[in-house]
Design a protein around this ligand. Structure first.
Ligand code: NAP
Length: 246
């Protein structure tokens, strides 16, 4: 039986993805900040899918001293892990961030540094397996800095560069690194935003994540039309872009 490990299992996109893996009878390792929340997800899955194994772990991404122990425990308690997803992340209000310089550091700890740290610790285990997939939910916001969310976007852009180098490094180890770049998704993270036709549901993103895993993709925009949108946004000259209210 195959195994999927999900960090940030309480995220709406993660939960939709977990459901797809459960349908395929994967063993599931769910990692979240709140035991009660991830246990609720486990109980719901067990009602729907009787014959899957689900293990729970607690994490606190900004407590870096705890990372090594967590990764060692997970890999010592599970022999082979086929798929690993990082879904935790935070989208704070940009104007508040600009009034509190420490919150920039905190945001990088959650969105970027914690993921780099966990990945660095788990790569040696994947090398021993000699296969595996790591998928990280980044964002289209990392493709170009915009006044409305550029600190969040910078946390994702840094992740993108890290994953790009890692993909290059691990190519000969049969380890696939997938950068997932969703556009607007209807989740608690965006509940404060005015909805428009570009918003999509977590289930659509989950389907895209599974497909990217099965097809060993490198970078995926979800839904796909965001690739074209970001391509256009990226080619706007800076002299014009800086004048736009985006
Ligand atoms: N929604 C979008 O439009 C969109 C677009 C592009 C990319 N993304 C990315 O997709 C990923 C999943 O987001 P989502 O849309 O599914 O949002 P969500 O349902 O609001 O989930 C957010 C997740 O991040 C965790 N989290 C939030 N703040 C945290 C903190 N300070 N420390 C540790 N964990 C924290 C939450 O854990 P708790 O349950 O414990 O709070 C939860 O697991 C994120 O990386 C996000 O940046 C989202």
């Amino acid at each position: 039986m195959k195994t999927a490990l999900i960090f940030g299992a309480t995220s709406s996109i993660a939960q939709a993805t977990i459901m797809k893996f459960a349908e395929q009878k994967y063993n599931l390792i769910l990692v979240g900040r709140s035991y009660s929340k991830i246990n609720e997800i486990k109980l719901d899955l067990l009602v729907r899918y009787l014959d899957i194994n689900i293990t729970l772990y607690i994490f606190e991404p900004s407590e870096f001293h705890s990372h090594k122990d967590l990764i060692n425990r997970i890999f010592n308690e599970h022999n082979i892990i086929d798929f690993i997803l990082f879904a935790h992340g935070s989208l704070p209000d940009q104007s508040q961030i600009m009034n509190d310089h420490i919150s920039i550091v905190r945001l990088f700890e959650i969105n970027t540094l914690s993921i780099m740290s966990y990945i660095t610790l788990l790569v040696p285990y994947l090398k021993v397996q000699n296969f595996g997939t790591i998928a990280v939910i980044s964002s289209v916001a990392g493709d170009r800095g915009r006044q409305s969310n550029f600190v969040y976007g910078t946390t994702k852009a840094s992740l993108d560069a890290f994953l790009q180098g890692l993909r290059n490094l691990l190519f000969n180890n049969n380890i696939n690194i997938i950068t997932i770049k969703p556009g607007f998704v209807n989740t608690p993270m965006t509940s404060h935003l005015k909805k428009n036709f570009l918003f999509t549901e977590p289930e659509v993103i989950a389907d895209g994540i599974i497909k990217a895993f099965e097809e060993k993709k490198d970078i995926v925009y979800l839904p796909k039309y965001w690739q074209l949108i970001m391509c256009i946004i990226k080619i706007i000259p800076e002299s014009i872009f800086k004048r736009l209210k985006l």
